[in-house]
Design a protein around this ligand. Structure first.
Ligand SMILES: [Zn+2]
Ligand SMILES: [Zn+2]
Ligand SMILES: [Zn+2]
Length: 401
């Protein structure tokens, strides 16, 4: 495809007008925005292919942005030159020599950890700042591809198990690999992680032969929950704790990663402060991301629920019982809001659940067909302040080891 000719005009403080030509007619456009500074921040907006003009309001007039427009059809992508813009009245946009193309600014998965369990492998990862349409997770057993998930870049961990149609076989060697995708370009993540799923209590033994640096194991011990000072270590012989069911006084044991009463079957979860809560009495129930399950809590001033352990958002979908994780949303997230919101079906169309804006599926990605070619960037700028990695407070935050 030929190049895209992009023009940018500063119409006033914080007000940027963009116009472009692209030939032949693309099926989608992607507006790339990088905020410069010592810690660059990135965001992109997927737009309908018929759009030729777009305005952004409420940018910060104290910041300098680099903008670029991509036009795509199928696997073909054309790119404009980058423009440097400080959205302050009287300043003009300038061609920028800082960047060529977009490939060097694609986010890369730079950390990957895997937790093997009996019939479930959970991957946790971190992406470097940059542009991404999808994070791809590939699971192999031997040479056989068991599954490939295409996830929103906001997703930071995923459980691979039967609930996603993936048959994990205990005792067999599995390999997990991640890469990021942006505008048809794939960027490989860290080396694949090898692990062997095994029943509760045998995970370490089964994985002894593999490199350990990127493996983590489920915690079923109850004792650390009572530890008051972080630096107090009980070593290997942690005090044996016995907890009894609140209903029938029978002993409670870990069974398939669940804390169950051996007599009446009541289920409990540790709340991390030395108390055990009965699952059936929890207001919002337990999370869907962790095993052992953790408590769901409501974020202050919001209706969204997050796992108290992983921070993963659990989304209530109209017309569905229970909660969904971002990776399970049928249409993924919108392009029109920051943080991005779930897309939902409305009659024959797919719309943003918050703004109601129309989205169309182009080459497997939902792009926004704006009702007004004007975007209020105040949310984007807040987002860029927070760093793109924290768009949604999803995923387990794990510090670099
Ligand atoms: Zn009981
Ligand atoms: Zn969880
Ligand atoms: Zn939206």
């Amino acid at each position: 495809m030929s190049r895209v000719a992009l023009r940018a005009d500063v119409l006033g403080d914080g007000h940027l007008s963009l116009a472009w030509d692209a030939h032949p007619n693309p099926s989608r456009h992607t507006l790339l925005i990088q905020r410069t500074g010592s810690v660059p921040a990135y965001t992109s907006i997927g737009l309908d292919g018929s759009l030729r003009r777009y305005e952004i309001l409420s940018l910060s007039r104290h910041q300098r942005y680099l903008v670029c427009m991509l036009a795509s059809r199928g696997k073909k992508t054309a790119c404009s030159d980058w423009l440097s813009v400080t959205p302050r009245a009287g300043l003009a946009a300038l061609p920028s020599e800082e960047l060529r193309g977009f490939e060097s600014r694609i986010a890369r998965v730079d950390r990957l950890h895997v937790m093997p369990q009996e019939r479930r492998l959970t991957a946790f990862w971190h992406c470097s700042p940059g542009f991404a349409d999808k994070v791809a997770v590939e699971l192999m057993r031997g040479r056989r591809l068991l599954g490939r998930l295409m996830l929103e870049p906001e997703v930071k961990s995923v459980a691979l198990d039967a609930s996603r149609g993936i048959a994990i076989e205990p005792g067999k060697r599995h390999t997990i690999k991640l890469f990021t995708l942006f505008a048809g370009t794939a960027v490989q993540g860290p080396p694949p992680v090898v692990c062997t799923p095994a029943p509760q209590g045998h995970e370490r033994e089964a994985n002894r032969e593999h490199p350990q640096a990127h493996l983590i194991y489920p915690t079923l011990s109850l004792a650390p929950e009572l530890r008051i000072f972080e630096d107090e270590s009980y070593g290997d012989d942690e005090p044996e704790l016995e907890i009894r069911c609140a209903h029938c006084r029978a002993e409670v044991h870990w069974q398939d990663y669940r804390l169950l009463c051996s007599r009446c079957g009541a289920e409990f979860i540790p709340n991390g402060r030395g108390e055990y809560l009965e699952c059936s009495r929890l207001r919002f129930g337990t999370c869907q991301c962790c095993l052992p399950r953790k408590i769901l809590v409501q974020k202050a001033g919001s209706s969204s629920l997050v796992c108290a352990h992983s921070g993963k958002e659990h989304i209530r979908m109209p017309g569905r019982g229970g909660y969904s994780l971002i990776e399970d949303l049928p249409y993924g997230l919108c392009q029109c809001c920051r943080p991005r919101q779930p897309l939902v079906r409305s009659g024959e169309t797919i719309r943003c659940s918050r703004s109601g804006e129309l989205h169309e599926n182009q080459d497997g990605q939902y792009v926004w067909a704006p009702s007004q070619p004007v975007f209020d960037a105040s949310a984007i700028d807040e987002l860029l302040d927070a760093g793109l990695a924290e768009i949604c407070s999803t995923g387990v935050s794990r510090r670099r080891n």
